[in-house]
Write a protein that binds this ligand. Structure first.
Ligand SMILES: [Zn+2]
Length: 269
């Protein structure tokens, strides 16, 4: 999905090389934004988050059916018929902030149930997405509590950490085993330990910028006291609204309209 997040592409390449074939149904592996992955950066490295706009913010009927034009919108429009055939979707990502991998389950109970079932013990983040546009994991039926389709987004670790590739591959196999497309591995038969569940209460979207955090936060850091200054958006102070406030995926490369950080609290499981 994001060209600078290679773990998903490596996991898919491994599934293809190992000739993983579904025991039932159909398995589709999609390299979502190869044009962004092929981009060469100023430092000689490959892979940009996007070419013209974030491919993971265009998944609404308004954006897809609207007058907007970009390489990413063209790609998303081309993938629409394929996505209409998808019963359940796994979207693999990585993070530039430091912190543990997480599953983004969306806001509907079905996403949380799927995240628990696929398990792997990863923290489960329950959230509504971004003001800047709709994610694929929330697209059409995926985000509709009444639809039988479902989706998970997994942030597998840091962009260039080889461990993110291992996790992306392991989560893919767990996901496929959950739906009966592959036999579960012996290690998957034991019940995963219950994962912490984090309910996102606030999404801090950059209004004016420049946005600066008050400290070098890692994802899932907990700020003990309500009212603590955690950042500034231009002249606007951003403070924690309650005690034991968890900072989910602080982002340090920001412009107006981007999500700076999500605030959440640990649910009693
Ligand atoms: Zn991503």
């Amino acid at each position: 999905m994001h060209g600078n997040e290679p773990c998903g592409a490596y996991a898919l390449a491994r599934l293809i090389k190992r000739m993983v074939r579904p025991l039932r149904g159909r398995l589709t592996l999609a390299f979502m934004n190869p044009a962004a992955a092929a981009r060469r950066n100023g430092d000689g490295s490959h892979g940009a988050r996007a070419v013209e706009e974030d491919l993971n913010r265009v998944w609404s009927a308004g954006a897809l059916g609207g007058p907007g034009a970009s390489l990413e919108l063209t790609r998303a429009r081309a993938l629409r018929p394929l996505l209409a055939s998808v019963d359940t979707l796994l979207d693999l990502h990585s993070m530039h902030c430091d912190g543990p991998p997480v599953i983004l389950a969306g806001a509907a109970p079905k996403g949380v149930a799927l995240a628990r079932a696929v398990g792997a013990g990863l923290p489960i983040v329950i959230d509504r997405g971004h003001a800047g546009g709709t994610r694929l994991r929330d697209y059409a039926g995926f985000g509709d509590p009444a639809s039988p389709t479902s989706a998970l987004l997994v942030e597998c670790g840091q962009h260039d950490d080889p461990a993110a590739v291992e996790l992306a591959y392991a989560v893919s196999l767990r996901f496929l085993a959950h739906w009966g497309l592959v036999e579960p591995r012996p290690s998957q038969l034991s019940a995963a330990r219950p994962a912490p569940e984090i309910e996102v209460t606030d999404t801090i979207t950059v209004q004016t910028g420049p946005f600066e955090f008050a400290a070098a936060y890692r994802s899932l850091d907990v700020v003990p006291r309500a009212g603590t200054l955690i950042g500034r958006d231009g002249a606007r102070e951003v403070r924690t609204p309650y005690d034991a406030c968890m900072l989910v995926m602080p982002s340090y490369l920001l412009g107006p309209g981007d999500t700076a950080v999500r605030l959440g609290r640990l649910r009693a499981v």
